[in-house]
Ligand binder design. Sequence first.
Ligand code: B12
Ligand code: SF4
Ligand code: SF4
Length: 451
Amino acid sequence: MTVPGAGAGSDPCSTGGVRSKRRFPTHIRPDDRPEAGWVIDPSRFRRFDQVDDVFNRSWWDEEIRSKATERFFMSYRRPLEEWRRARGFRRKDYALRNAAWHGADIFAELKENEDRREGFLDPLTVLRQASDERTETEDPAQAATELKQVARVLGADLVGVTGTDERWLYSHRYSRMADGPKPNPMDPALEHVVVVGQAMDRSLIATAPSALAGAATGIGYSQDVVVLLAISQYIRNLGYQAVPTLNDTALAIPYAVKAGLGEYGRNGLVITPEYGPNVRFGKIFTDLPLAHDGPVRFGVEEMCGICRACTEACPSGAIPAGEPTDRRHNRSNIAGITKWTVDGEACFSYWAKINSDCSVCIRVCPYTRDHGSWPDRLWMRLASGRFRRLALWWDRHSSRGRRVSSVDWWPDGGSTVPVRIGSSPPIVDRSPRNDSSSAEQQEPTATRLDG
Ligand code: B12
Ligand code: SF4
Ligand code: SF4
């Protein structure tokens, strides 16, 4: 693929408008290492087949599929049958979580009778007509700057641009109708990828693991869909092609890293300077000529070398404690890359057990903080330089990252007394930091009340 404009290794802030917040005094520098430091063995590398991701395996693979996984998926449709008395898993928590997913669900189900699950197994369809007339763009750097401003005004929190790299496209999509692989076509003219990040609500994530925290995931996806469609429509109105994709079509993480949105962490997530790992990604494939951003470093790799907060807190033991390796836990990991790799089977089996997704590895990560406040900016400054041990010590001795009871999230502890809309719930840290296995321990006698 051609790499016009700035090229790999350039400062993503140089094209302007990339970052949605003002620049923090963090040492963000270009990552000039080949492949941003990843070791990819061409003799062993194989593109990942989406059929093998653990969600799809829970449809076709008896090793993964169980009553618990079926109940997990069903709870997104019929929350009133699955709620429990445990804090964070009550009727209101599920009611909010599923309401948050509603926007993304509508698009996912829109064309299910055509064997399309848009946003998850297939790209989103831009429903409005596009312009037949192409607006000529002579300067890819200018086009990228404009697109980033457009993306921000349409609701994107982070935007970066990189080149289409077929290694990160799924070798196949999963067809639910065929219960097997189907082609994953990509027009080679779509040489550029716009990667969009949406910050998730920290006050919800602070309650993880809980169904309530799952609302942050749902809000992220539902907002992502709207923002991706709007940016794509803008590109199409200029007479270019745009294919908006959420979880479908390609792996988000390598693209987000290549587009300079953050660094890859031990928890298997992209850690951004603005929101830490508390962010969701979508990507738009386009032929609009755009200058590319390049990968950045701000000390995450070094921090992950001395911090194991995610490994220690993960309730399923899915996050590695050692150095990056090319070991696959099972067929749900891509082959031939030396990296920190999470055991997706273990992670998902925990979700099935608690009947919601989990975000403990986001909550406990020291980069998940309010990057707008001065103490947090100071923390980032320390963490990105040679004082990172001090930053880690500070984080461990603060209440940040501790689990907040869902009861404290709801106004008046979730009573039915009407409350004024617009007041944000306080974050109160009461429980110990490494309490992630306590989802069911809070009320061991919790039972389903119906169903
Ligand atoms: C399937 C999936 C899962 C599954 C299963 C993964 C599996 N192995 O099957 C499970 C249940 C584990 C899962 C859990 C979570 N997920 Co998830 N997941 C995905 C999804 C839809 C597909 C990824 C995939 O196909 N993985 C299968 C193979 C490739 O996995 P792998 O070899 O272990 O590789 C992983 C990483 O190493 C990395 N990766 C892949 N290739 C390469 C190459 C290089 C060079 C590098 C450095 C990294 C890298 O990406 C993979 C992510 O699973 C992506 C969206 C997308 N299209 O990318 C979201 C995604 C990765 N998930 C996301 C999130 C946030 C989560 C959760 C926090 C849950 C939540 N609350 O949302 C947890 C965190 C678990 C963890 N610590 O990793 C975000 C990550 C955002 C970020 N900041 O980076 C994504 C991008 C979704 C999104 N729209 O934003 N997820
Ligand atoms: S989502 Fe939860 S179970 Fe999965 S890796 Fe993160 S902490 Fe572990
Ligand atoms: S919790 Fe610590 S080790 Fe895990 S990703 Fe965050 S900084 Fe790295």
